[in-house]
Design a protein around this ligand. Structure first.
Ligand code: NAD
Length: 466
């Protein structure tokens, strides 16, 4: 019997659980086979995957390689290189009072993992966690986003051809199907998406005491001061902001700068946009499109009453939305009250670093925070006086491509992090193991009955342990 990749197939989870219980997923060899097969799928079927990403998001194939296929392939490579070492038990020192004994931790797979992915990087955000879950020896149900239907369909078609269907299944669908999945018992749920659904996921998980990882979003600020090359800064910001037409969880959401910096920076941003998108983003094959009409309408509404310094043009039919820079945006404007998740960069004028830090701290903790400064003191203050999932100095977005850096949010931007070794840890239980020989029985010194002599000995012992 194999797990089917259909929506209404109630036995999917029990089939996977039975495979897990039978030990199908446990061996190192099985894990490596799955990871290699996943990588082969990315290599052999990259044309179909790129087509699907283009159909869903107008993604240029080069961008798909850079931000979707390549990120997952890099994760898999890194994991294959280090997995054996990561899985080795780690020895832990034993307190003298317990000697002779040995202690160690070992990672054990959790069981059946559910991975729920969003639409904006529909391949990367599905497969990067899946690679971690498989490497950790779990069975996996993957639920791609229904809002990226072409990518969802290509995953449902390809995954059963490459991965072991006894232990890996794709369930396509939307709210109804996800709700049905969430009613079942999993051993870990990994969700990427918005905080409202994050809360639904956590509530469903609580019923079964299932641990969750929530990869959420938020408003990631970018701070620029007058100590840096503003032309180079503008290029980096425009690249990170307008990639995937701004639909990136770690995109710079808004920019904080003083009047003097903002005045100089805006013309550089205009030049950078022109440079990146062949002089005209509308006709450039390097620029993406908005995922659907709902998002397009929401983003259009955010421009109302704002000062547009560049962009603002859009086409409802093709869902083209020009890279847009808004300036002198009031701190209470609607565009500052929600995660933008589109190609609009509002500039909020600040009086300096103190004001910028106070403003960042007045909001929820962001997924990422970026700063362009060559002042060591400014960098130190940003690191120590603000809280965010990650910090990028001099470059936005790219931290998530470093497999050794845990990727995740804090507070409203999420809980738990993954990538590289962190992925293995979140999808495993760290089991503590203590072994002590029966002879000599040193413990008899602390066994009852408690005589006065023993009490003195125990008091001395406990003082030494403190
Ligand atoms: P989405 O609408 O595709 O939803 C994500 C998943 O949740 C989908 O698989 C969907 O089927 C499921 N879902 C939706 N409604 C549900 C419900 N009521 N019950 C159960 N499941 C439901 O994606 P989205 O949420 O619009 O994604 C955008 C958000 O995700 C942004 O806030 C963005 O910042 C965040 N995000 C975070 C990361 C990260 O790594 N931290 C990455 C990408 C996106």
């Amino acid at each position: 019997m194999t797990a089917q990749s259909t929506v209404a197939d109630p036995p999917v989870v029990p089939i996977l659980r039975s495979s897990f219980e039978r030990g199908v997923t446990r061996s190192y060899a099985w894990r490596v086979r799955q990871l290699k097969a996943l990588k082969s799928m990315l290599e052999e079927r990259s044309a179909e995957i790129e087509d699907a990403l283009f159909a869903d998001l107008g993604k240029n194939p080069a961008e798909s390689q850079l931000t979707e296929i390549g990120v997952v392939a890099g994760e898999i490579e890194h994991t294959l290189t280090h997995l054996r070492r990561w899985l080795r038990p780690r020895r832990v020192p034993v307190p003298l009072a317990l000697a002779p004994a040995s202690a160690a931790t070992m990672l054990e797979p959790l069981g059946v993992v559910l991975v729920i992915a969003p639409w904006n990087y529909p391949l990367q955000l599905l497969l990067a966690p899946v690679a971690g879950a498989l490497a950790a020896g779990n069975a996996v149900v993957m639920k791609p986003s229904e809002l990226a239907p072409a990518t969802s369909a290509v995953m449902a078609e390809l995954i059963p051809l490459y991965l072991d269907s006894r232990a890996v299944a794709v369930v396509e669908g939307g709210v109804e199907e996800t709700t049905a999945l969430l009613a079942q018992r999993f051993d870990h749920i990994f969700y990427t998406g918005n905080g409202t659904v994050g809360r639904i996921v956590m509530e469903a998980a609580a019923k079964h005491l299932t641990p969750v990882t929530l990869e959420l979003g938020g408003k990631s600020p970018v701070y620029v001061d007058d100590t840096v090359d503003l032309a180079a800064t503008a290029r980096r910001i425009a690249w990170g902001k307008f990639m995937n037409a701004g639909q990136t969880c770690v995109a710079p959401d808004y920019l904080l700068a003083t009047d003097a910096v903002a005045e100089q920076l805006v013309p550089h941003l205009v030049d950078a946009i022109s440079e990146l998108y062949d002089g005209d983003p509308r006709t450039s094959s390097s620029y993406g499109r908005i995922i659907n009409d709902k998002q397009f309408t929401r983003l259009s509404g955010l421009l109302e009453g704002q000062t547009v310094r560049t962009g603002g043009k859009r086409d409802e039919r093709t869902r083209y939305f020009a890279p847009t820079v808004l300036d002198e945006v009031p701190r209470d404007a609607p565009v500052m009250a929600q995660e933008i998740f589109g190609p609009i960069l509002p500039i909020v004028r600040v009086t300096g670093l103190d004001d910028a830090i106070a403003f960042i701290r007045s909001g929820e903790k962001p997924l990422a925070l970026y700063a362009f400064t060559s002042s060591k003191e400014a960098a130190r203050r940003i690191l120590t006086e603000t809280s965010s999932g990650a910090v990028g100095f001099g470059v936005p977005v790219a931290h998530l491509t470093v497999p050794g850096l845990p990727f995740g949010g804090v507070g409203e931007s999420g809980m738990g992090s993954y990538h590289g070794r962190s992925s293995i840890e979140i999808f495993s239980h760290t089991k503590s193991v203590l072994s002590k020989r029966l002879a000599p029985d040193t413990l008899k010194l602390v066994y009852p009955p408690f005589t006065a002599k023993k009490e003195n000995f125990i008091r001395g012992l406990m003082r030494r342990l403190r």
